[in-house]
Design a protein. Sequence first.
Length: 113
Amino acid sequence: MKGKVFVVIGFTIIVICCVIAGLYRLENYEEVYFTKIDNTKAEKLPASDDMKYEYTLDCYNKKGKKKQLKFKTSRELKEDAYLLLEVRSLGVHKWEEVTYNDLPQAVQEKIDS
């Protein structure tokens, strides 16, 4: 009987640790992507929303792998500007404008083509 109690307690501790690790990973896992703004790919959102535009753009990681990402902004972004996007498991977490020289070489080749 004592053995079964210890097994149940041990199993419960393992499950709790796995859940905590999974939540930590969801919150702190980030990938970085780069893109070039194309305002023809922006959709104007309803006036009731704080975010006024939603962009759907082709983005590239530092190795040049393509992924289409969506993100919202409160304003229309500058045409042909380059962005660094920080992406978490739930989507784009943060973005910032960068210069062309800040883009990795693989990304420059993809964006130029």
